[in-house]
Design a protein around this ligand. Structure first.
Ligand code: IPM
Ligand code: MN
Length: 347
């Protein structure tokens, strides 16, 4: 039997609940599909940091390299560990070291879920650059604590980085409705963003069948609210993509439905799958986290593993459940109830 090896990092807060729920659903899907998923759990989290002084062991990344994929819940417990420590100790280095340069985030409404918008017929695929740009970490502080203090955070855009994310976006657009929106702020940022626009025009020449439209980030934010149905694939830099995908989550009914895949398209290292929501300390331990975003991310993982049929079955189980009004109102159904309903819909 074909076996895929998965590293499970439940992390903090509701990350633990939704990873457990997803794992149950994925196991059921594997059983139906005649393949096996072998999971290895890693306790890396803020609790682990408080115990050991690090978010993961020094060879943690190398340990993960052995696996086919990584399933992550959420990282962060700001009351005890500053986010700048926890995220730079786990999530962000995995994305960078494993060259998971394409962060894919689908935004569409599941049946039965209500959007805050009047427009419901949208299906947007956000492709966020995931390894450089505004998240490069280049910079520093001098004259700390004095009136002359300076803080510098340099965004880095490389030709390699910009070109590959745009190509990835064009490929996705080609497989969908053949429309690509490239998001910058080149009217104000005259180096990096003008460069991004130039590379967009160059890469576009290889995709004459895809209609390309450049947008400024501010106008894109408005468009996602006013006419989301006009959008297909949206490609953006790391920070712009981060912000737009919370907006995307909001229009699809909330963070409980926003799935994501951190993809290394060359498959030279594992890809990682995680819901967009965080650890949600306010509802952690209440048992009411919506596992749908995590389960949807799990379906994206199955697809990446070459188990497209099982992925489609999981998606259709999710849709059967939401169409029946389960998991469609924040806090109404317990994590367990939604998970059981998805499992029942699968069988
Ligand atoms: C996300 C998150 C992370 C990000 C944080 C937790 C660092 O907001 O995955 O969207 O900004 O990438
Ligand atoms: Mn975010």
């Amino acid at each position: 039997m074909k076996t895929h090896s998965i590293a499970l990092i439940p992390g903090d807060g509701i990350g633990k609940d939704v990873t457990e729920a997803t794992w149950q659903v994925l196991q059921a899907a594997a059983k139906r599909g005649g393949f096996a998923l072998e999971g290895t759990r890693f306790p890396w989290s803020c609790a682990y940091y408080l115990e050991t002084g690090a978010m993961m062991p020094t060879d943690g990344i190398e340990m993960l390299r052995e696996f086919d994929t990584i399933l992550l819940g959420a990282v962060g417990w700001p009351a005890e560990v500053p986010d700048s420590v926890s995220l730079h100790g786990l999530l962000l280095p995995i994305r960078k070291t494993f060259t998971q340069y394409a962060n894919i985030r689908p935004h569409r409404l599941l049946p039965g879920v209500q959007s805050p918008l009047r427009s419901e017929g949208f299906d947007i695929l956000c492709i966020r650059e995931n390894t450089e740009g505004e998240y490069s970490g280049a910079g520093g502080r001098v004259h700390s604590g004095t009136a002359n203090e300076v803080a510098i955070e340099t965004a880095i855009f490389t030709r390699t980085g910009v070109e590959r994310i745009l190509r990835f976006g064009f490929e996705q657009a080609r497989a969908r409705r053949k429309k690509l929106a490239s998001v910058t702020k080149s009217n104000a940022q005259k180096h990096s963003m003008v460069f991004w626009d130039e590379v967009t025009r160059e890469v576009a020449k290889d995709y004459p069948d895809v209609e390309v439209s450049p947008y400024h980030i501010d106008a894109m934010a408005a468009r996602m609210v006013l006419s989301p149905e006009s959008l297909d694939v949206v490609v953006a830099s790391n920070l712009f993509g981060d912000i737009l995908t919370d907006l995307g989550a909001a229009i699809q009914g909330g963070l409980g439905y926003a799935a994501s895949a951190n993809i290394n398209p060359d498959r030279s290292a594992p890809s990682m799958f995680e819901p967009v929501h965080g650890s949600a300390p306010d509802i952690a331990h209440l048992g009411i986290a919506n596992p749908i975003a995590a389960i949807w991310s799990g379906a994206m993982m199955l697809d990446h593993l070459g188990e497209g049929h099982a992925a489609a079955e999981v998606m259709s189980a999710i849709e059967t459940v939401t169409a029946r009004g389960i998991g469609t109102i924040a806090g109404k159904d317990r994590t367990e109830t939604i998970t059981r309903a998805v499992l029942a819909a699968l069988s």
